[in-house]
Design a protein around this ligand. Structure first.
Ligand SMILES: Nc1ncnc2c1ncn2[C@@H]1O[C@H](COP(=O)(O)OP(=O)(O)O)[C@@H](O)[C@H]1O
Ligand SMILES: [Mg+2]
Length: 255
């Protein structure tokens, strides 16, 4: 640093001979400003690559499911228009700082996963947005948990550890298809989740306190309440009707 100071002094003297007078203390100020800008730029870059890493760690059975955006959502009925508008509003609220729970409920094939993913992609596409997003298929996560629980194999353990770290860290989490890991029956035939699954879900729910969570489910709120421990329900399920989208309409998988 001393030789840098010496070089600057020499430069200031030479410029002074040419009639250009520079105050060396300003040069130090400018250098500090440049260093500060450089460190802000570096921190932003690190943050952006961390956002990408987290989203890439999503647990999804078909990677194409992670590509959908709002524009792909057909709105040929007033119900579909309402669902799209509600999802856009939720995306905007999350962008503006909401750290609450949201619930997308309805029969299979109605576009719940599609709109939940579209919210994540909208947030990912905003340059100034710093929120990190993650998509987790509850069933895939539970299968990974179960494999580690039964086999204790170090590769799976490592995968599970990474997934849990992302679930813990991300700003916005989509928990996709909550309830499908317990049973494919609905209504009065819904079974209680196994003890192990309840414990896993409780841990996840605890990580996600005071963060934005979007939960999609084929079950009704009442069914979820009868399936899970009240502590899980109170941490993950919203009671705010404006945070809830009821999906109706036709099964798009069949049409
Ligand atoms: N309104 C829609 N416009 C276009 N495609 C849709 C619409 N709703 C659903 N789909 C498509 O139908 C399939 C099932 O949608 P998905 O979001 O997975 O349903 P859900 O999560 O409610 O079971 C997907 O391929 C999805 O892209
Ligand atoms: Mg789905």
């Amino acid at each position: 640093m001393e030789s840098m100071g010496f070089a600057i002094d020499q430069m200031v003297k030479q410029l002074a001979k040419k009639g250009i007078n520079i105050d060396p203390s300003n040069i130090d100020d400018d250098r500090e400003k440049l260093q500060e800008q450089e460190s802000i730029r570096f921190t932003k870059q690190l943050h952006q690559s961390e956002r990408k890493r987290i989203f890439k760690s999503s647990l999804v059975s078909d990677p194409d499911d992670l590509k959908t955006v709002f524009d792909d959502f057909d709105t040929d009925t007033p119900e579909l228009q309402r669902e799209l508008l509600q999802a856009k509003k939720i995306g905007k609220d999350i962008y503006l700082g909401s750290k609450e729970n949201y619930l997308f409920s309805g029969d299979p094939g109605r576009g719940k996963t599609m709109l939940a993913v579209s919210i994540l992609n909208a947030l990912n596409s905003i340059q100034s947005c710093e929120l990190s997003c993650l998509f987790v298929s509850v069933e895939m996560f539970m299968n990974l948990e179960w494999t580690v629980y039964k086999n204790n194999n170090s590769w799976d353990k490592d995968e599970l550890y990474k997934a849990e770290q992302c679930i813990r860290k991300c700003d916005v989490l989509v928990l996709d298809d909550l309830g499908s890991e317990t049973t494919f029956k609905t209504g009065s035939a819904v079974d209680q989740s196994t003890k192990h699954k309840q414990e896993v879900l409780f841990r996840i729910a605890d990580y996600r306190k005071s963060k934005a969570n979007i939960i999609t489910t084929n079950n009704t709120t009442n069914e979820l309440q009868s399936m899970y421990h009240p502590k899980i329900v109170s941490r993950l399920l919203t009671r705010d009707p404006t945070h809830f989208i009821q999906f109706v309409g036709k099964d798009k998988r069949r049409s």
